[in-house]
Design a protein around this ligand. Structure first.
Ligand code: PMP
Ligand code: GLU
Length: 396
């Protein structure tokens, strides 16, 4: 039978981060010594106290379906976390627990967007935003930024991008892929612009909140007075607690959005994994100091990566203040031929690095920036030093 895949799926891009990770994995199984710096996944083990909580949940038979929007005890823990870390007062009926922040984001897009609604995505943006918006029949409107502006959208750029059809502003801070994060004053300027456009909902993806190396603390845009009633704050445990495979994400949102997400989730997944939910209660109730050792390690790695990449010709870098990525502009190599391979864009360059340095990275094209590549530094310092040595050798 000939394949007859829906146009919805045909029109979708495959996740570039996951595709590159799969390619690197496949080459590794063929015995090729690939260093994978393509996936945004902490390389730490899950802290023991969280593992213990999961084991206890199994022994205590937490094995039934949970409430669609999550265990009440977990929603209370999330409300506590929002208040403690973000100065946000959400009640449990404003919180929805999902199968990863990725599902949280999908739920919100499906719950809020109507066909043709425009969604402003400051670029570079995380790889899945554009396709999630398209699946919800929204129209992504990209706002380009530059490395000189630290990859951040200004209030003036936002103002220019707004039309009567704009329904959403959607961004991550700290940002995947650039590592930039919006300081409080910058968010206040954005909030000021939005005051004149009450129809716009903000999706603030704060999954890298704790991985912040700046002296300026993290600021949630919902904590700015005029923004609370129109912001969905998205978070999860994949990054800060190294729990990517446990698949727990959550939102704090106006109640009407939380209700709509729960309605959708009730028909699609029935709710998130029960054992993982119990473990996340412990993770969120613990003092944040318990994960500081991972943040410290990421900062040392960032400094190492910046130092070593900075010595390679043609790598233009800014200093990322959070997350665990660098996003160098490598457009210097466009039009050049390296080891017989003609480089015309960032995808060619990422492919060149895979073939000739045996280092997996991701082309910036997937993130809405054609001049850059993303390198994840969620790997040990030894591995990072070896990877950058290989890159340096390959391009010289
Ligand atoms: N948002 C951003 C910016 C991310 O980098 C990721 C990484 N996976 C997610 C959301 C989704 O996280 P998860 O589904 O693992 O909770
Ligand atoms: N967020 C990670 C990344 O950007 C994980 C991969 C994914 O979920 O796409 O690499």
């Amino acid at each position: 039978m000939s394949s007859n895949v829906s146009s919805r799926i045909q029109n979708m891009e495959t996740s570039a981060t996951l595709a590159m990770a799969a390619k690197a994995r496949e080459l590794k199984t063929q015995g090729i010594d690939i260093i994978g710096l393509s996936l945004g996944e902490p390389d730490f083990n899950i802290p023991d106290f969280i593992k213990e909580a999961a084991k206890k949940a199994i022994d205590e038979n937490y094995s039934s379906y949970t409430a669609v929007d999550g265990y009440t005890e977990l929603k209370v823990a999330i409300a506590h976390k929002f208040k403690r870390d973000n100065l946000l007062n959400y009640t449990p009926n404003q919180i929805v627990v999902s199968t990863g922040a990725k599902q949280s984001l999908y739920n919100v897009a499906m719950a809020v967007l109507n066909p043709g609604d425009e969604v402003i995505l400051p670029a570079p943006y995380w790889v899945s935003y554009r396709d999630i918006v398209k699946l919800a029949e929204g129209v992504p409107v990209e706002v380009s930024t530059s490395i000189e502006a630290d990859f951040k959208m200004t209030a003036a750029q936002l103002e220019q991008a707004i039309t009567p059809k704009t329904k959403m502003l959607w961004f991550s801070s700290p940002c995947n892929p650039s590592g930039s994060f919006y300081h409080k004053s910058e968010l206040e300027a954005i909030a000021e612009v939005l005051k004149a456009h009450p129809q716009i909902i903000v999706v603030s993806d704060e999954i890298y909140e704790h991985i912040n190396f700046s002296n300026n603390g993290h600021c949630s845009i919902a904590s700015i007075d005029s923004m609370y009633d129109r912001t969905v704050t998205v978070n999860g445990v994949s990054k800060a607690f190294a729990m990517t495979g446990w698949r727990i994400g959550y939102i704090g949102a106006p109640e009407w959005i939380a209700k709509a997400c729960t309605k959708l989730q009730g028909q699609v997944t029935s709710g998130a994994n029960s054992i993982a939910q119990r473990a996340v209660i412990e993770a969120l109730m613990a003092p944040v100091e318990r994960i500081q050792y991972m943040v410290d390690a990421f900062k040392n790695r960032r400094d190492l990566v910046l130092k070593l990449l900075g010595q390679i010709e043609g790598f233009k870098l800014n200093v990322p203040e959070g997350a665990f990525y660098v996003f160098p502009d490598i457009s210097y190599y466009f039009g050049k031929t390296l080891k017989g391979m003609h480089i015309t864009n960032a995808s060619d360059f990422a492919l060149f690095l895979l073939e000739h340095a045996q280092v997996a990275t991701v082309s910036g094209e997937a993130f809405g920036d054609e001049n850059c590549i993303r390198i994840s530094y969620a790997a040990s310092e030894e591995i990072l030093a070896e990877a950058i040595h290989r890159i340096s050798k390959a391009v010289s």
